[in-house]
Design a protein around this ligand. Structure first.
Ligand SMILES: Nc1ncnc2c1ncn2[C@@H]1O[C@H](COP(=O)(O)OP(=O)(O)OP(=O)(O)O)[C@@H](O)[C@H]1O
Ligand SMILES: [Mg+2]
Length: 471
C-alpha cells in the first residue's frame, strides 16, 4: 500500500516543522503550506488524503479552508489544530466537516493518534461503501429485470421510497418478485448494512408466531426454557419483511399494529415492552383491501401498512419482459447445469409469450431451467419448453393452494402425515426440492428417496408444478 499523503497547514514555521517531522517518521508523505490560500493551491496538485490545518491564521482561517476544501471534494478529510482557548472554534470546524481536532500544545503521540484515527475512519467508510456496492450488485434494483412500462413504473416508485422509512405494502401474485423488491428496497435504504429479516406470517400459528416475532420470556409456555429474542428485535435498525401478511391471524393483528404505531414489542409472557426501530415491508398475494372488506383483516392495520403500495403486475400482463428474463435464466441455468446453451428460437420465445404463467416469474424460471437440463441441442426450442404444458404450473397462486387450513392430522397414520406435510411444503416452494429440503430440515437425498418411494407406492406427490428443477 502506498503511503498516505498529508498536507500540514500552519502559519507558524515551528508547528509545521514539528508536524511534518513527526508524521514523516510515522511513515506518511507530508507537504506543508504556510497559509490557507497556499494550501488550496497545494491540495489541487498534491491531492492529500488528509489535511491538518491550524485554525487561527492571518487571512483565511482554518475553518474557511476546511469548508472550501470540502466544497471541492466532499470526501476530503480535515483535522484541525487549535490553540487551547478556542475549542468553540473547533466545534465550528466540525460543523464544516472537520473530523477531529488536536489542541496545542500536543505531544507527538497525540499527533500520530489523531491522524491514524482519522485515516482509519476513512478506510472504514470506504469499506462500508464497498460493501454497500456489493450488496446492491447482488440484491439491488439492478437485479430486477424487465423493460415493460408496467414493471419500470413500480421499480421507479420503489426506488423513490427506498431511502425513506415508510412502510411499504407489496401486492402481487405468487412469483411476481415481491421478495426481490423488498430486498432491493432494503439494500438501497440507509439500513442496508443492518439485517433484512423475512417472516412468513402464514407459516406459524398462534403463540408460535407471536414468540417467533416478539420473542418470549423464560417460562412463558411449556418449552420456553430461556428468554428468546424475537425476529422483530433481530431486525432492529434494519428491515422486517412480513410475508403473506394476509394470513396473519386476528389475534396477531392488534399486536402488529402496536409495533407499527408505537415501535414497541412485548415478548410473550413478558410485562415490559421494548422499543425497536424497524422498517416494515409487508407482502401479500391476496387483495388486502378485499380481505378488509370481508372482515378478515383489520382496517386500521391495513391503513398503517399501505402508506405506499407497490402492485407487481403478473407476468402475463407484461410479455415484453419475457425475452430479458429468459436470456438471464438461460445463462444462469446453463452454468449451473454445466451445459453449452447458445440461446432460444423465436418460436420458443413466442411460445413462452403465449402462456398464462399463473406462477409468474418463478414458473418461467423453472420452465427454462428444466428446458436447459433436458435440451439435447444448444438452442432451446418449443419442444424443450412444452414437455408437458399442463404440469408446468410451478407455483399456483396461494389463493388456490389452501394454505391457511391445509390439512388435518387427527385421523391419519404418521407416515401419511409426513407425506402430506412434504406435499404441502413442495407446493409452497413450487416443486423446488432443495428449497423444500431446507424447510423440512432434511437433506436432498432423503427427500428424493421419500419422493421416489411415494411414486413407487402409487401415491406420488402432486406439487402442482415442475419437480425436476434440481434433481
Ligand atoms: N423482475 C425479475 N427479474 C429477475 N428475477 C425475478 C424477477 N421477478 C421475479 N424474479 C425471480 O423469480 C423468483 C420469485 O420471486 P420472489 O420470490 O421475489 O416472488 P414472490 O412474489 O415473493 O413469490 P411468492 O408469493 O411465491 O412468495 C425469484 O427467483 C426471483 O429472483
Ligand atoms: Mg415471496
Amino acid at each position: 500500500m502506498s503511503k498516505a499523503r498529508l498536507l500540514v497547514v500552519d502559519d507558524e514555521r515551528g508547528v509545521r516543522a514539528l508536524c511534518s517531522d513527526v508524521l514523516r517518521r510515522a511513515g506518511y508523505e507530508v507537504e506543508t503550506a504556510d497559509s490557507a490560500e497556499q494550501a488550496l493551491a497545494r491540495a489541487q496538485a498534491f491531492d492529500p488524503d488528509l489535511v491538518l490545518t491550524d485554525i487561527n491564521m492571518p487571512k483565511m482561517d482554518g475553518i474557511e479552508l476546511c469548508k472550501r476544501l470540502r466544497e471541492r471534494n466532499p470526501d476530503q478529510i480535515v483535522v484541525l489544530i487549535t490553540g487551547y482557548p478556542s475549542i468553540e472554534n473547533a466545534v465550528a470546524g466540525m460543523k464544516e466537516g472537520a473530523v477531529d481536532y488536536v489542541t496545542k500544545p500536543f505531544t507527538p503521540d497525540e499527533m500520530r493518534l489523531v491522524v491514524s484515527r482519522a485515516l482509519a475512519e476513512r478506510d472504514l467508510r470506504d469499506e462500508n461503501e464497498q460493501l454497500r456496492r456489493d450488496l446492491r450488485g447482488k440484491h439491488g434494483f439492478e437485479t430486477i429485470l424487465g423493460s415493460s412500462a408496467a414493471l419500470r413504473r413500480v421499480s421507479e416508485t420503489a426506488r423513490k421510497v427506498a431511502r425513506s422509512d415508510t412502510t411499504v405494502l407489496i401486492q402481487g401474485e405468487s412469483g411476481t418478485g415481491k421478495e426481490l423488491f423488498a430486498r432491493a428496497i432494503h439494500v438501497h435504504s440507509d439500513r442496508a448494512a443492518r439485517p433484512f429479516v423475512a417472516v412468513n406470517c402464514g407459516s406459524l400459528v398462534g403463540t408460535l408466531l407471536e414468540s417467533e416475532l416478539f420473542g418470549h420470556v423464560k417460562g412463558a409456555f411449556t418449552g420456553a426454557h430461556a428468554n428468546k429474542v424475537g425476529l422483530v428485535s433481530a431486525a432492529d435498525r434494519g428491515t422486517l419483511l412480513l410475508d403473506e401478511i394476509g394470513e396473519l391471524s386476528p389475534e396477531m393483528q392488534p399486536k402488529l399494529l402496536r409495533l407499527l404505531q408505537e415501535g414497541e414489542v412485548k415478548p410473550v409472557g413478558g410485562v415490559e415492552t421494548h422499543s425497536v426501530d424497524v422498517r416494515v415491508i409487508a407482502a401479500t398475494n391476496r387483495d388486502l383491501k378485499a380481505e378488509v372488506d370481508a372482515g378478515r383483516f383489520r382496517e386500521d392495520l391495513y391503513y398503517r401498512l399501505n402508506v405506499i403500495t407497490l402492485d407487481l403486475p403478473p407476468l402475463r400482463e407484461r410479455p415484453d419482459d419475457i425475452p430479458l428474463l429468459v436470456a438471464q435464466f438461460l445463462e444462469r441455468c446453463a452454468i449451473k447445469a454445466r451445459k453449452q446453451i447458445d440461446g432460444i428460437t423465436d418460436a420458443g420465445l413466442d411460445y413462452l409469450a403465449q402462456q398464462s404463467w399463473p406462477g409468474n416469474v418463478r414458473e418461467l424460471q423453472n420452465v427454462v431451467e428444466r428446458a436447459v437440463i433436458l435440451a439435447s441441442g444448444a438452442v432451446i426450442d418449443v419442444g424443450d419448453l412444452n414437455g408437458d404444458p399442463g404440469t408446468t404450473l410451478a407455483a399456483a397462486p396461494a389463493a388456490r393452494v389452501p394454505s391457511a387450513a391445509p390439512y388435518l392430522f387427527e385421523n391419519l397414520p404418521l407416515d401419511e402425515v409426513e407425506r402430506r406435510h412434504i406435499e404441502h411444503v413442495m407446493r409452497k416452494v413450487g416443486g423446488q426440492k432443495s428449497k423444500a429440503a431446507d424447510i423440512l430440515g432434511i437433506n436432498r437425498t432423503t427427500l428424493w428417496k421419500k419422493l421416489r418411494r411415494y411414486e413407487e407406492d402409487g401415491a406420488p406427490i402432486d406439487t402442482g408444478g415442475d419437480d425436476e428443477d434440481d434433481s
